[in-house]
Design a protein. Sequence first.
Length: 191
Amino acid sequence: MDGRPCPDSRYRLVAVTGRSATGKTTLATALAERCGLPLIRRDAFKEAAFDVLGCGDVEWSARVGALGFELQRHAIDLLLRGGGRFLVDTTLTGTAADGINDLLATHAAEAVQVLLTVPGEVRLARMRARIAAGARHPGHADELRLADPGVLARIRNPPSSYPRLRGRLLVLDGTGPPGRLADTVAAELRR
């Protein structure tokens, strides 16, 4: 780093987004370290809820996921009110993106959205590897999700569009080395 903070003054929120198993958390963690910014992970909220409320089936995981979005949205609101700069790691739905965009508009702020993409088969291989390694909280119900042929079809052939946040969009291939991806994003944020 050259001593300047990664995000320039008009971008207060850096959102690392993408579908599951695209490398969001790995990149966001590396970027937070390089930029010295706090990181708000939606899965941290979701996993804390699992620890308190317990794990269940796919429907329960989705309900707890919705709670995770709401808690993350609240944290984003507080940080935007406080004028700070920060990172979020999240999978966006249209509703979640709308909520964050409303906050950005309310606080006259813009985001840099880093959208990670990887081929469906790579995502599927990463998900299976995480399950085999026990690398994710069991509350995510990943094994149950992958047993559903409809889920497998959506992983292999995801929709072509992805929700957008207000501000700048960087679309990156999430198959690259995380350190190099973090360096690329940090350099883009300094432009």
